[in-house]
Design a protein around this ligand. Structure first.
Ligand SMILES: [Zn+2]
Length: 430
């Protein structure tokens, strides 16, 4: 099938897949910057409203198979789902300004409690009136509990009380517990706060995982008992390792607490795509239909598509930003390494149909390649903008496919095109 025919079928923007081969041909004019596709019109019946003390309102507007098109609203704005949250680890999305992040269409970003829990950093955030003002991010913010980071430290000590550890930066000893995590997150002021949990390794023994699930639930009950600010909403995290029975048990425990949202944690820890999908496929249907579902730390575009296919709503991952800084860019035709020799004389943008600042302005692949080799951080910024924009485009395309009730057909078209270079024997490292 020709690219044009595949594009016509897919309904997604159609970047010329073989643009790089045209580098020596005469250049076609670059299209002017296109405005971002508009969200579907809202009416009162579809638009949940946030009111003090009213909880997190979430509505599923449409389903297609298991996939859900939804919408929720926090004090700081609407979030259209399925959604992707760029990661701002230390209260900043690396290499880009908040305005540049917002221009990609992102409606929510994530910040890490671990990095902001040092006393002087938490106090700095408080002096600014919270993370929103500090970061210049007006929309919704989610903070993780810090658990994932401290459990990955070498010298942490786990007890019923919490986790003792030393900060990597300065060696300062600290204790993170359900109470301290909630206290820090309350002071940071994010809209969605995550429960303090233990993320076990995917190779952990079943006995250990079973005991950890019980401890995580006791910790969750302690988190629930800590008062948060009126605009904050606490999500629980389902653990259970690779064991489906433990996952089901943990889910039942969490759902009994009637929280505003539930996350699947402990995936994307080296278990692989198939194992991740197996856990999500098993767990998502056990969650209440009227609550937000969050798959943590996932992932590559194909992982996000598989997650939405199983009925998950929100996602976060460092991949689009980290890969951009390493010179890997995402397109509808798969990912590409900007360092490749084939881009040496290429005057086209990463994707001629992409409406992001980098592509629409016409920064060429050969220039981005040059910036990368020259160690100029402008290249990282330009590619971060493109990757974040691609991820938002991907979520937007999935929302539209669900609205049109053709999600399974869209998934097939996405996979056919996204992996077409690989199937032609053209790997990412060519
Ligand atoms: Zn772009």
């Amino acid at each position: 099938m020709s690219d044009a025919a595949r594009c016509a079928l897919s309904g997604v923007p159609c970047p010329p897949s073989a643009v790089s081969n045209l580098a020596s041909a005469s250049l076609s004019p670059i299209a002017p910057p296109a405005s971002l596709p508009t969200m579907p019109p809202m009416n009162d019946a579809e638009m949940p409203t946030w009111t003090p003390g009213g909880g997190l309102r979430f509505r599923v507007l449409k389903t297609s198979g298991r996939a859900r098109r939804g919408r929720f609203v926090t004090k700081h704005g609407v979030v259209e789902t399925p959604a992707f949250m760029p990661v701002g680890t230390q209260a900043a999305v690396k290499c880009v300004t908040p305005e540049q992040v917002a221009a990609t269409g992102a409606q929510v970003v994530l910040a890490n409690t671990y990095h902001l829990s040092l006393a002087d950093r938490t106090q700095m955030v408080e002096r600014h009136g919270g993370l929103h003002a500090l970061m210049h991010w007006k929309s919704t913010i989610l903070t993780d509990s810090g658990g994932f980071q401290v459990f990955s430290l070498p010298d942490r000590q786990i007890s019923e009380e919490g986790v003792r550890f030393r900060f990597v930066d300065d060696g300062v000893a600290a204790m993170l517990s359900p109470e301290t995590s909630m206290d820090v997150q309350r002071r940071l002021g994010a809209d969605i706060v995550m429960a303090f949990d233990e993320c076990v390794e995917h190779t952990a023994a079943r006995e250990y995982v079973a005991a950890s699930v019980e401890r995580t639930f006791r910790w969750l009950q302690r988190c629930v008992a800590v008062p948060l600010a009126e605009h904050q909403h606490l999500f629980g995290i389902i653990q259970g390792g690779m064991d489906l029975e433990l996952r089901a048990h943990a889910t039942a425990q969490l759902v009994s607490l009637d929280l505003p949202g539930y996350a699947i944690g402990g995936v994307s820890v080296g278990e692989g795509h198939e194992a991740m999908v197996r856990i999500v496929r098993h767990t998502a249907p056990l969650l209440p239909a009227d609550k937000v579902r969050y798959l943590m730390g996932v992932g590559l575009p194909e992982d996000l598509v598989a997650s939405v296919e199983q009925g998950m709503d929100i996602h976060d991952c460092v991949i689009p930003t980290r890969y951009a800084r390493e010179g890997t860019v995402f397109t509808w035709d798969g990912k590409q390494r900007i360092q490749d020799k084939k881009f040496r004389k290429d005057r086209y943008p990463i994707d001629t149909a992409c409406a992001c600042y980098t592509c629409a302005t016409g920064y060429s692949r050969s220039y981005l390649r040059h910036l990368t080799f020259a160690g100029e951080t402008l290249g990282e910024t330009l590619m971060t903008i493109h990757n974040l924009h691609f991820y938002q485009d991907l979520m937007r395309a999935m929302r539209e496919a669900i609205e049109a009730d053709r999600f399974s057909a869209w998934v097939l078209e996405f996979r056919t095109r996204y992996f077409s270079r690989r199937s032609r024997g053209q790997g990412d490292e060519e």
